[in-house]
Design a protein around this ligand. Structure first.
Ligand code: GLC
Length: 545
Protein backbone atom coordinates (compact mmCIF):
# COMPACT_ATOMS: atom_id res chain seq x y z
CA UNK A 1 0.00 0.00 0.00
CA UNK A 2 1.30 3.45 -0.88
CA UNK A 3 1.09 5.52 2.30
CA UNK A 4 -1.00 8.66 2.13
CA UNK A 5 1.86 11.07 1.66
CA UNK A 6 1.05 14.44 3.25
CA UNK A 7 2.52 16.63 0.53
CA UNK A 8 0.37 15.14 -2.20
CA UNK A 9 -2.69 16.76 -0.67
CA UNK A 10 -1.03 19.75 0.95
CA UNK A 11 -2.16 23.34 0.49
CA UNK A 12 1.10 25.25 0.22
CA UNK A 13 1.27 29.01 0.82
CA UNK A 14 4.41 30.99 0.10
CA UNK A 15 5.33 33.86 2.41
CA UNK A 16 8.06 36.43 2.16
CA UNK A 17 8.53 37.25 5.83
CA UNK A 18 9.66 40.83 5.22
CA UNK A 19 6.46 41.63 3.31
CA UNK A 20 3.85 39.84 5.41
CA UNK A 21 3.42 41.50 8.79
CA UNK A 22 5.59 43.87 10.79
CA UNK A 23 5.18 43.33 14.54
CA UNK A 24 8.19 45.35 15.67
CA UNK A 25 7.03 48.53 13.94
CA UNK A 26 10.27 49.19 12.07
CA UNK A 27 8.68 48.95 8.62
CA UNK A 28 9.90 45.43 7.75
CA UNK A 29 7.89 42.25 8.18
CA UNK A 30 9.21 39.81 10.79
CA UNK A 31 8.72 36.37 12.32
CA UNK A 32 6.72 37.76 15.24
CA UNK A 33 4.34 39.37 12.73
CA UNK A 34 4.01 36.18 10.73
CA UNK A 35 3.33 34.15 13.87
CA UNK A 36 0.65 36.66 14.77
CA UNK A 37 -1.08 36.24 11.40
CA UNK A 38 -1.24 32.45 11.40
CA UNK A 39 -4.96 32.89 12.12
CA UNK A 40 -5.42 34.09 8.58
CA UNK A 41 -3.60 31.07 7.14
CA UNK A 42 -5.48 28.69 9.37
CA UNK A 43 -8.82 30.15 8.34
CA UNK A 44 -7.78 29.86 4.71
CA UNK A 45 -6.96 26.19 5.25
CA UNK A 46 -3.24 26.29 4.51
CA UNK A 47 -1.43 23.12 5.60
CA UNK A 48 2.14 24.02 4.67
CA UNK A 49 3.96 27.35 4.67
CA UNK A 50 6.88 27.85 2.29
CA UNK A 51 9.18 30.63 3.48
CA UNK A 52 11.19 32.65 0.97
CA UNK A 53 14.80 33.16 2.13
CA UNK A 54 15.07 34.85 5.54
CA UNK A 55 18.79 34.34 6.15
CA UNK A 56 21.34 37.13 6.63
CA UNK A 57 21.72 38.77 3.26
CA UNK A 58 22.59 42.12 1.67
CA UNK A 59 19.18 41.62 0.05
CA UNK A 60 20.19 42.52 -3.48
CA UNK A 61 18.07 39.65 -4.80
CA UNK A 62 15.24 39.44 -2.29
CA UNK A 63 17.34 37.30 0.06
CA UNK A 64 18.40 34.81 -2.63
CA UNK A 65 21.90 36.17 -1.99
CA UNK A 66 22.92 34.64 1.32
CA UNK A 67 25.84 35.52 3.60
CA UNK A 68 25.08 33.05 6.42
CA UNK A 69 23.10 29.83 6.02
CA UNK A 70 22.76 29.24 9.74
CA UNK A 71 20.94 32.31 10.90
CA UNK A 72 18.00 34.70 10.59
CA UNK A 73 18.52 38.15 9.15
CA UNK A 74 18.25 40.53 12.15
CA UNK A 75 15.64 42.57 10.28
CA UNK A 76 13.21 39.64 10.64
CA UNK A 77 14.01 38.80 14.25
CA UNK A 78 16.25 36.25 15.91
CA UNK A 79 16.70 32.50 15.61
CA UNK A 80 14.62 32.39 18.77
CA UNK A 81 11.77 34.18 16.96
CA UNK A 82 12.04 31.63 14.16
CA UNK A 83 11.67 28.79 16.65
CA UNK A 84 8.69 30.52 18.27
CA UNK A 85 7.07 30.83 14.85
CA UNK A 86 7.77 27.15 14.12
CA UNK A 87 6.14 26.23 17.40
CA UNK A 88 3.07 28.35 16.64
CA UNK A 89 2.74 26.83 13.16
CA UNK A 90 3.03 23.30 14.51
CA UNK A 91 0.40 24.05 17.13
CA UNK A 92 -1.98 24.81 14.29
CA UNK A 93 -1.03 21.69 12.40
CA UNK A 94 0.89 23.56 9.71
CA UNK A 95 4.17 22.36 8.32
CA UNK A 96 6.92 24.68 7.21
CA UNK A 97 9.31 24.29 4.30
CA UNK A 98 12.08 26.77 3.56
CA UNK A 99 14.05 27.91 0.56
CA UNK A 100 17.41 26.20 0.17
CA UNK A 101 19.58 28.41 -2.03
CA UNK A 102 22.85 26.58 -2.56
CA UNK A 103 23.52 27.08 -6.24
CA UNK A 104 25.29 30.27 -5.24
CA UNK A 105 26.13 32.50 -2.29
CA UNK A 106 26.30 36.25 -2.05
CA UNK A 107 29.75 37.52 -3.01
CA UNK A 108 29.68 39.06 0.50
CA UNK A 109 29.65 35.57 2.04
CA UNK A 110 32.83 34.92 4.11
CA UNK A 111 33.47 31.82 1.95
CA UNK A 112 33.68 33.92 -1.18
CA UNK A 113 35.69 36.60 0.59
CA UNK A 114 38.21 33.97 1.67
CA UNK A 115 38.20 32.38 -1.78
CA UNK A 116 38.88 35.59 -3.66
CA UNK A 117 41.60 36.90 -1.38
CA UNK A 118 43.81 33.80 -1.21
CA UNK A 119 44.47 31.38 -4.00
CA UNK A 120 45.54 28.79 -1.43
CA UNK A 121 42.47 29.18 0.75
CA UNK A 122 40.50 25.94 1.17
CA UNK A 123 37.50 28.01 0.06
CA UNK A 124 39.06 28.86 -3.30
CA UNK A 125 37.74 25.66 -4.83
CA UNK A 126 34.26 26.21 -3.34
CA UNK A 127 33.58 28.49 -6.31
CA UNK A 128 34.12 28.19 -10.05
CA UNK A 129 37.09 30.17 -11.44
CA UNK A 130 38.76 30.75 -14.75
CA UNK A 131 42.09 32.50 -15.36
CA UNK A 132 40.96 33.62 -18.80
CA UNK A 133 37.64 35.12 -19.79
CA UNK A 134 35.57 32.10 -20.89
CA UNK A 135 34.29 32.16 -24.44
CA UNK A 136 30.70 31.65 -23.34
CA UNK A 137 30.77 34.57 -20.88
CA UNK A 138 27.89 36.32 -22.59
CA UNK A 139 25.62 33.30 -23.08
CA UNK A 140 22.96 31.73 -20.87
CA UNK A 141 22.15 34.70 -18.62
CA UNK A 142 19.12 34.08 -16.42
CA UNK A 143 18.20 37.77 -16.36
CA UNK A 144 18.80 39.00 -19.92
CA UNK A 145 18.44 42.73 -20.26
CA UNK A 146 19.64 43.26 -16.69
CA UNK A 147 22.64 40.93 -16.56
CA UNK A 148 25.05 40.88 -19.46
CA UNK A 149 27.38 38.02 -18.61
CA UNK A 150 27.68 34.86 -16.49
CA UNK A 151 31.39 35.33 -15.72
CA UNK A 152 32.82 38.41 -13.99
CA UNK A 153 36.41 39.38 -13.35
CA UNK A 154 37.36 39.70 -9.72
CA UNK A 155 40.33 41.99 -9.26
CA UNK A 156 41.26 40.66 -5.85
CA UNK A 157 41.24 37.07 -7.10
CA UNK A 158 42.73 38.04 -10.45
CA UNK A 159 40.39 35.53 -12.03
CA UNK A 160 36.90 35.21 -13.49
CA UNK A 161 34.12 33.63 -11.42
CA UNK A 162 30.93 32.01 -12.62
CA UNK A 163 27.54 33.43 -11.71
CA UNK A 164 24.50 32.11 -13.54
CA UNK A 165 22.40 34.79 -11.85
CA UNK A 166 23.45 38.35 -10.86
CA UNK A 167 27.17 39.14 -10.56
CA UNK A 168 26.80 39.37 -6.78
CA UNK A 169 25.74 35.71 -6.65
CA UNK A 170 28.82 33.53 -7.16
CA UNK A 171 28.08 29.92 -8.12
CA UNK A 172 29.23 27.27 -5.68
CA UNK A 173 31.31 24.41 -7.08
CA UNK A 174 28.92 21.57 -6.28
CA UNK A 175 31.40 18.96 -7.51
CA UNK A 176 33.62 19.79 -4.51
CA UNK A 177 32.99 17.21 -1.73
CA UNK A 178 33.44 19.89 0.94
CA UNK A 179 30.67 21.98 -0.63
CA UNK A 180 28.39 18.96 -0.77
CA UNK A 181 29.06 18.19 2.86
CA UNK A 182 28.27 21.78 3.80
CA UNK A 183 24.97 21.64 1.91
CA UNK A 184 23.95 18.59 3.93
CA UNK A 185 25.01 20.31 7.14
CA UNK A 186 22.77 23.29 6.31
CA UNK A 187 19.88 20.93 5.69
CA UNK A 188 20.57 19.11 8.95
CA UNK A 189 20.55 22.37 10.86
CA UNK A 190 17.11 23.49 9.70
CA UNK A 191 15.65 19.98 9.87
CA UNK A 192 16.72 19.91 13.52
CA UNK A 193 14.72 23.11 14.01
CA UNK A 194 11.65 21.35 12.70
CA UNK A 195 11.24 22.21 9.01
CA UNK A 196 9.46 19.65 6.84
CA UNK A 197 11.71 20.10 3.85
CA UNK A 198 13.03 22.54 1.33
CA UNK A 199 12.10 24.36 -1.82
CA UNK A 200 15.33 23.79 -3.67
CA UNK A 201 16.33 26.85 -5.64
CA UNK A 202 17.56 26.77 -9.24
CA UNK A 203 18.04 22.99 -9.47
CA UNK A 204 19.10 22.76 -13.14
CA UNK A 205 21.97 25.18 -12.37
CA UNK A 206 22.81 23.49 -9.08
CA UNK A 207 23.48 20.19 -10.83
CA UNK A 208 25.16 21.69 -13.86
CA UNK A 209 28.81 20.83 -14.43
CA UNK A 210 29.37 24.61 -14.20
CA UNK A 211 32.02 24.85 -16.84
CA UNK A 212 34.32 22.42 -15.07
CA UNK A 213 36.56 20.38 -17.30
CA UNK A 214 35.54 16.92 -16.24
CA UNK A 215 36.30 13.55 -17.75
CA UNK A 216 33.16 12.20 -19.41
CA UNK A 217 31.41 9.88 -16.99
CA UNK A 218 33.40 11.13 -13.99
CA UNK A 219 30.55 13.20 -12.56
CA UNK A 220 26.90 12.24 -12.28
CA UNK A 221 25.09 15.56 -12.02
CA UNK A 222 22.07 13.96 -10.36
CA UNK A 223 24.05 12.26 -7.60
CA UNK A 224 23.89 15.44 -5.52
CA UNK A 225 20.11 15.26 -5.53
CA UNK A 226 20.15 11.63 -4.41
CA UNK A 227 22.60 12.45 -1.61
CA UNK A 228 20.47 15.35 -0.44
CA UNK A 229 17.31 13.29 -0.49
CA UNK A 230 18.90 10.36 1.36
CA UNK A 231 20.36 12.61 4.01
CA UNK A 232 17.06 14.39 4.53
CA UNK A 233 15.11 11.15 4.81
CA UNK A 234 17.54 9.84 7.46
CA UNK A 235 17.33 13.02 9.50
CA UNK A 236 13.58 13.59 9.30
CA UNK A 237 11.00 11.17 8.08
CA UNK A 238 8.39 12.77 5.87
CA UNK A 239 10.51 15.77 4.85
CA UNK A 240 10.35 16.72 1.19
CA UNK A 241 12.37 18.38 -1.53
CA UNK A 242 10.38 20.64 -3.84
CA UNK A 243 12.37 21.60 -6.91
CA UNK A 244 12.37 24.89 -8.69
CA UNK A 245 13.21 23.39 -12.05
CA UNK A 246 11.89 24.92 -15.23
CA UNK A 247 12.68 21.84 -17.31
CA UNK A 248 11.27 20.06 -20.33
CA UNK A 249 9.12 17.08 -19.41
CA UNK A 250 11.72 14.70 -20.82
CA UNK A 251 14.08 15.65 -17.94
CA UNK A 252 11.48 15.10 -15.22
CA UNK A 253 11.94 11.34 -14.63
CA UNK A 254 15.64 11.86 -13.79
CA UNK A 255 14.74 14.65 -11.36
CA UNK A 256 12.08 12.56 -9.61
CA UNK A 257 13.84 9.20 -9.79
CA UNK A 258 10.67 7.70 -8.31
CA UNK A 259 10.77 10.35 -5.56
CA UNK A 260 14.26 9.26 -4.42
CA UNK A 261 15.57 12.63 -5.57
CA UNK A 262 12.88 15.30 -5.80
CA UNK A 263 9.53 14.62 -4.15
CA UNK A 264 7.93 17.48 -6.01
CA UNK A 265 8.76 19.68 -8.98
CA UNK A 266 7.04 22.93 -9.86
CA UNK A 267 5.31 22.33 -13.16
CA UNK A 268 6.46 25.34 -15.18
CA UNK A 269 5.37 23.68 -18.42
CA UNK A 270 1.78 23.31 -17.24
CA UNK A 271 1.82 26.81 -15.77
CA UNK A 272 2.74 28.41 -19.08
CA UNK A 273 0.15 26.45 -21.03
CA UNK A 274 -2.48 27.22 -18.44
CA UNK A 275 -1.85 30.91 -19.06
CA UNK A 276 -1.98 30.34 -22.80
CA UNK A 277 -5.35 28.65 -22.28
CA UNK A 278 -6.59 31.57 -20.20
CA UNK A 279 -5.36 34.01 -22.86
CA UNK A 280 -7.08 32.09 -25.66
CA UNK A 281 -10.28 31.16 -23.85
CA UNK A 282 -9.85 27.49 -24.70
CA UNK A 283 -8.69 24.46 -22.72
CA UNK A 284 -6.76 22.96 -25.64
CA UNK A 285 -3.16 23.98 -24.72
CA UNK A 286 -3.65 22.88 -21.13
CA UNK A 287 -5.25 19.57 -22.17
CA UNK A 288 -2.45 18.86 -24.60
CA UNK A 289 0.16 19.57 -21.92
CA UNK A 290 -1.56 17.30 -19.42
CA UNK A 291 -1.58 14.54 -22.02
CA UNK A 292 2.19 14.82 -22.41
CA UNK A 293 2.98 15.26 -18.75
CA UNK A 294 5.01 12.44 -17.20
CA UNK A 295 3.18 10.76 -14.34
CA UNK A 296 5.58 10.60 -11.43
CA UNK A 297 5.41 7.26 -9.68
CA UNK A 298 5.99 6.35 -6.07
CA UNK A 299 6.92 9.35 -3.98
CA UNK A 300 6.87 11.90 -6.81
CA UNK A 301 4.32 14.65 -7.34
CA UNK A 302 3.95 17.77 -9.47
CA UNK A 303 3.43 21.13 -7.73
CA UNK A 304 1.02 23.51 -9.48
CA UNK A 305 0.95 27.27 -9.19
CA UNK A 306 -0.49 30.27 -10.92
CA UNK A 307 1.86 33.03 -9.79
CA UNK A 308 4.91 33.17 -7.56
CA UNK A 309 7.47 35.72 -6.36
CA UNK A 310 9.21 35.77 -9.76
CA UNK A 311 8.06 36.82 -13.19
CA UNK A 312 5.48 34.72 -15.02
CA UNK A 313 8.01 32.92 -17.20
CA UNK A 314 6.58 32.14 -20.65
CA UNK A 315 9.93 31.09 -22.12
CA UNK A 316 8.75 27.59 -23.02
CA UNK A 317 5.97 28.79 -25.31
CA UNK A 318 6.71 29.35 -28.99
CA UNK A 319 7.42 32.97 -29.98
CA UNK A 320 3.97 33.29 -31.52
CA UNK A 321 2.26 31.80 -28.46
CA UNK A 322 4.22 34.06 -26.13
CA UNK A 323 3.26 37.11 -28.18
CA UNK A 324 -0.35 36.01 -27.93
CA UNK A 325 -0.10 35.63 -24.16
CA UNK A 326 1.66 38.99 -23.84
CA UNK A 327 -1.02 40.70 -25.91
CA UNK A 328 -3.82 39.25 -23.76
CA UNK A 329 -2.18 39.42 -20.32
CA UNK A 330 0.52 42.08 -20.36
CA UNK A 331 0.59 44.18 -23.54
CA UNK A 332 2.58 47.08 -22.14
CA UNK A 333 6.38 46.90 -22.44
CA UNK A 334 6.66 47.91 -18.77
CA UNK A 335 4.85 44.67 -17.82
CA UNK A 336 7.31 42.48 -19.72
CA UNK A 337 10.67 41.34 -18.48
CA UNK A 338 13.76 39.24 -19.35
CA UNK A 339 12.51 38.76 -22.94
CA UNK A 340 10.25 35.96 -21.74
CA UNK A 341 7.92 36.96 -18.95
CA UNK A 342 5.43 39.22 -17.24
CA UNK A 343 6.05 40.94 -13.93
CA UNK A 344 2.39 40.95 -13.01
CA UNK A 345 0.10 39.42 -10.47
CA UNK A 346 -2.86 37.36 -11.59
CA UNK A 347 -5.75 39.66 -10.63
CA UNK A 348 -4.70 42.60 -12.81
CA UNK A 349 -3.71 40.21 -15.62
CA UNK A 350 -7.32 39.04 -15.66
CA UNK A 351 -8.49 42.65 -15.29
CA UNK A 352 -10.01 41.91 -11.91
CA UNK A 353 -12.72 39.81 -13.60
CA UNK A 354 -14.06 37.76 -10.71
CA UNK A 355 -15.45 34.94 -12.82
CA UNK A 356 -12.14 34.42 -14.58
CA UNK A 357 -10.21 34.67 -11.32
CA UNK A 358 -12.44 32.12 -9.65
CA UNK A 359 -12.09 29.81 -12.66
CA UNK A 360 -8.29 30.11 -12.48
CA UNK A 361 -8.18 29.30 -8.76
CA UNK A 362 -10.66 26.46 -9.11
CA UNK A 363 -8.28 25.01 -11.69
CA UNK A 364 -5.27 25.48 -9.45
CA UNK A 365 -6.93 23.29 -6.82
CA UNK A 366 -8.40 20.83 -9.30
CA UNK A 367 -5.35 20.08 -11.43
CA UNK A 368 -3.53 16.87 -10.59
CA UNK A 369 -0.73 17.84 -8.22
CA UNK A 370 -0.18 19.97 -5.13
CA UNK A 371 -1.46 23.58 -5.23
CA UNK A 372 0.90 26.38 -4.19
CA UNK A 373 -0.33 29.93 -3.50
CA UNK A 374 1.73 33.14 -3.39
CA UNK A 375 0.75 35.43 -0.50
CA UNK A 376 -1.81 38.03 -1.47
CA UNK A 377 -3.30 35.86 -4.21
CA UNK A 378 -6.17 34.90 -1.92
CA UNK A 379 -7.37 38.52 -1.97
CA UNK A 380 -6.42 39.29 -5.57
CA UNK A 381 -3.57 41.73 -4.91
CA UNK A 382 -2.12 43.72 -7.79
CA UNK A 383 1.39 44.71 -8.84
CA UNK A 384 3.36 47.95 -8.69
CA UNK A 385 5.09 48.46 -12.02
CA UNK A 386 6.98 51.47 -10.68
CA UNK A 387 9.19 49.06 -8.71
CA UNK A 388 12.21 47.46 -10.42
CA UNK A 389 12.08 44.00 -12.03
CA UNK A 390 10.25 41.33 -10.04
CA UNK A 391 9.78 43.61 -7.04
CA UNK A 392 6.57 44.64 -8.81
CA UNK A 393 4.80 41.51 -7.47
CA UNK A 394 6.32 41.63 -3.98
CA UNK A 395 4.53 44.56 -2.32
CA UNK A 396 3.47 44.26 1.35
CA UNK A 397 0.41 42.24 2.30
CA UNK A 398 -2.82 44.26 2.36
CA UNK A 399 -4.55 43.47 5.63
CA UNK A 400 -7.05 46.30 6.01
CA UNK A 401 -8.11 49.75 4.87
CA UNK A 402 -5.93 51.30 7.55
CA UNK A 403 -2.68 53.27 7.47
CA UNK A 404 0.01 51.18 5.71
CA UNK A 405 -2.73 48.64 4.91
CA UNK A 406 -2.39 47.32 8.46
CA UNK A 407 1.02 45.86 7.53
CA UNK A 408 3.11 48.10 9.80
CA UNK A 409 2.76 50.98 12.23
CA UNK A 410 6.04 52.52 11.04
CA UNK A 411 6.10 55.86 9.25
CA UNK A 412 5.12 55.23 5.64
CA UNK A 413 8.49 56.53 4.43
CA UNK A 414 10.21 53.77 6.44
CA UNK A 415 8.37 50.80 4.93
CA UNK A 416 10.49 48.12 3.27
CA UNK A 417 8.53 48.80 0.13
CA UNK A 418 5.61 51.05 -0.74
CA UNK A 419 2.16 49.62 -0.17
CA UNK A 420 0.02 49.40 -3.29
CA UNK A 421 -2.22 52.37 -2.66
CA UNK A 422 -3.63 53.39 -6.02
CA UNK A 423 -6.36 52.21 -8.28
CA UNK A 424 -8.58 49.17 -8.24
CA UNK A 425 -5.98 46.98 -6.51
CA UNK A 426 -4.90 49.50 -3.88
CA UNK A 427 -5.31 48.44 -0.24
CA UNK A 428 -8.42 50.60 0.17
CA UNK A 429 -10.21 48.30 -2.29
CA UNK A 430 -8.36 45.02 -1.85
CA UNK A 431 -7.68 43.84 1.69
CA UNK A 432 -8.23 40.89 4.00
CA UNK A 433 -10.53 42.57 6.53
CA UNK A 434 -13.04 43.58 3.90
CA UNK A 435 -13.03 40.24 2.09
CA UNK A 436 -13.54 38.28 5.29
CA UNK A 437 -16.86 40.11 5.64
CA UNK A 438 -17.99 40.01 2.03
CA UNK A 439 -19.80 36.80 1.00
CA UNK A 440 -18.86 36.92 -2.71
CA UNK A 441 -15.22 37.86 -2.15
CA UNK A 442 -12.27 36.12 -3.73
CA UNK A 443 -10.99 35.27 -0.26
CA UNK A 444 -14.20 33.48 0.63
CA UNK A 445 -14.20 31.62 -2.71
CA UNK A 446 -10.62 30.52 -2.34
CA UNK A 447 -11.25 29.44 1.25
CA UNK A 448 -14.14 27.34 0.00
CA UNK A 449 -11.96 25.86 -2.75
CA UNK A 450 -9.29 24.97 -0.22
CA UNK A 451 -11.85 23.27 2.05
CA UNK A 452 -13.27 21.36 -0.89
CA UNK A 453 -9.85 20.29 -2.08
CA UNK A 454 -8.97 19.14 1.44
CA UNK A 455 -12.06 16.97 1.53
CA UNK A 456 -11.30 15.57 -1.91
CA UNK A 457 -8.21 13.40 -1.38
CA UNK A 458 -8.89 11.71 -4.71
CA UNK A 459 -7.09 14.59 -6.45
CA UNK A 460 -3.78 14.30 -4.65
CA UNK A 461 -3.69 10.58 -3.96
CA UNK A 462 -5.66 9.09 -6.79
CA UNK A 463 -5.25 8.32 -10.46
CA UNK A 464 -6.53 10.89 -12.91
CA UNK A 465 -7.70 10.91 -16.50
CA UNK A 466 -9.00 13.41 -18.99
CA UNK A 467 -12.69 13.07 -19.83
CA UNK A 468 -13.63 13.82 -23.40
CA UNK A 469 -16.74 16.00 -23.46
CA UNK A 470 -16.27 16.76 -27.14
CA UNK A 471 -15.43 20.43 -26.67
CA UNK A 472 -12.16 22.34 -26.88
CA UNK A 473 -13.19 25.07 -24.48
CA UNK A 474 -13.92 22.67 -21.61
CA UNK A 475 -11.46 20.75 -19.47
CA UNK A 476 -12.97 17.78 -17.65
CA UNK A 477 -10.87 15.63 -15.32
CA UNK A 478 -11.75 12.54 -13.38
CA UNK A 479 -9.86 11.25 -10.33
CA UNK A 480 -10.24 7.86 -8.65
CA UNK A 481 -8.95 6.72 -5.31
CA UNK A 482 -9.98 3.67 -3.29
CA UNK A 483 -13.12 3.16 -5.32
CA UNK A 484 -14.28 6.78 -4.99
CA UNK A 485 -14.42 9.13 -7.93
CA UNK A 486 -14.56 12.88 -8.45
CA UNK A 487 -14.94 14.87 -11.67
CA UNK A 488 -14.08 18.54 -12.18
CA UNK A 489 -15.22 20.57 -15.18
CA UNK A 490 -13.92 24.01 -16.22
CA UNK A 491 -15.22 26.19 -19.02
CA UNK A 492 -12.50 28.45 -20.42
CA UNK A 493 -14.77 30.35 -22.78
CA UNK A 494 -16.77 33.47 -21.91
CA UNK A 495 -19.83 31.79 -23.49
CA UNK A 496 -22.18 29.45 -21.61
CA UNK A 497 -21.89 25.82 -22.69
CA UNK A 498 -24.16 22.79 -22.34
CA UNK A 499 -23.35 19.17 -23.04
CA UNK A 500 -24.49 15.76 -21.85
CA UNK A 501 -22.42 14.37 -19.01
CA UNK A 502 -21.64 10.77 -19.80
CA UNK A 503 -18.88 8.81 -18.13
CA UNK A 504 -18.67 5.04 -18.31
CA UNK A 505 -20.03 3.38 -15.21
CA UNK A 506 -21.26 6.57 -13.47
CA UNK A 507 -24.99 7.01 -12.87
CA UNK A 508 -25.14 10.06 -10.68
CA UNK A 509 -23.02 13.20 -10.22
CA UNK A 510 -23.46 15.00 -6.91
CA UNK A 511 -22.33 18.67 -6.80
CA UNK A 512 -19.47 19.46 -4.42
CA UNK A 513 -18.77 23.01 -5.49
CA UNK A 514 -19.47 25.30 -8.42
CA UNK A 515 -19.21 28.90 -9.54
CA UNK A 516 -22.88 29.34 -8.68
CA UNK A 517 -24.95 28.06 -5.73
CA UNK A 518 -27.98 25.81 -6.01
CA UNK A 519 -27.18 22.90 -8.22
CA UNK A 520 -28.94 19.58 -8.16
CA UNK A 521 -27.53 16.15 -8.90
CA UNK A 522 -27.07 15.24 -12.54
CA UNK A 523 -28.01 11.82 -13.76
CA UNK A 524 -26.13 9.94 -16.43
CA UNK A 525 -26.62 11.49 -19.86
CA UNK A 526 -28.34 14.60 -18.50
CA UNK A 527 -27.17 17.97 -19.67
CA UNK A 528 -24.58 19.92 -17.73
CA UNK A 529 -25.20 23.65 -18.14
CA UNK A 530 -22.22 25.86 -17.46
CA UNK A 531 -21.95 29.63 -17.40
CA UNK A 532 -19.17 31.43 -19.26
CA UNK A 533 -15.98 30.76 -17.24
CA UNK A 534 -18.08 28.40 -15.10
CA UNK A 535 -16.74 25.43 -13.17
CA UNK A 536 -18.02 22.58 -11.08
CA UNK A 537 -16.67 19.78 -8.92
CA UNK A 538 -18.82 16.65 -8.82
CA UNK A 539 -18.67 13.51 -6.69
CA UNK A 540 -19.69 10.40 -8.57
CA UNK A 541 -22.14 7.83 -7.26
CA UNK A 542 -22.62 8.90 -3.68
CA UNK A 543 -20.32 9.75 -0.81
CA UNK A 544 -16.84 8.38 -0.27
CA UNK A 545 -17.03 4.97 1.38
C1 GLC B 1 15.25 31.47 -8.20
C2 GLC B 1 14.39 32.39 -7.39
C3 GLC B 1 14.64 33.80 -7.85
C4 GLC B 1 16.10 34.13 -7.65
C5 GLC B 1 16.98 33.10 -8.33
C6 GLC B 1 18.40 33.23 -7.89
O1 GLC B 1 14.92 31.50 -9.54
O2 GLC B 1 13.05 32.02 -7.52
O3 GLC B 1 13.84 34.71 -7.16
O4 GLC B 1 16.39 35.39 -8.20
O5 GLC B 1 16.59 31.79 -8.01
O6 GLC B 1 18.57 32.70 -6.61
Amino acid sequence: MMPNLWYKNAIVYCVDVEKFMDASGDGTGDFAGLADRLDHLERLGVTCIWLNPFFPSPNRDNGYDITDYYGVDPRYGTLGDFVEFMHAARDRGMRVIIDLVVNHTSTDHPWFQAARSDENSPFRDWYVWSKEKPENAHEGMVFPGVQDSIWSYDRTAKAWYLHRFYDHQADLNTANPAVREEILKIMGFWLALGVSGFRLDAVPFLIDTKGMKLEPGSFDPYSLLTEMHDFMAWRRAGAVLLAEANIPYSDAPAYFDGGDRMNMIFDFMLNQHLFLSLARGTAAPLRHTLQNRPRPDGLGQWANFLRNHDELDLGRLSIAEREEAFAALGPDASMQIYERGLRRRLAPMLEGDMSRLKLAYSLLFALPGTPVLWYGEEIGMGENLALPEREAVRTPMQWADEPNAGFSRAATANLIQPILADGDFGYQNVNVAQQVREPGSLLRSITRLVQTRRSTPEIGWGEWELVDVGRDDVLALSYSWRGARVVTVHNFSPEPVSFPLEIDGIDRFEPLLADHDAQSAILRGETLDMAGFGFCWLRCDGPRK
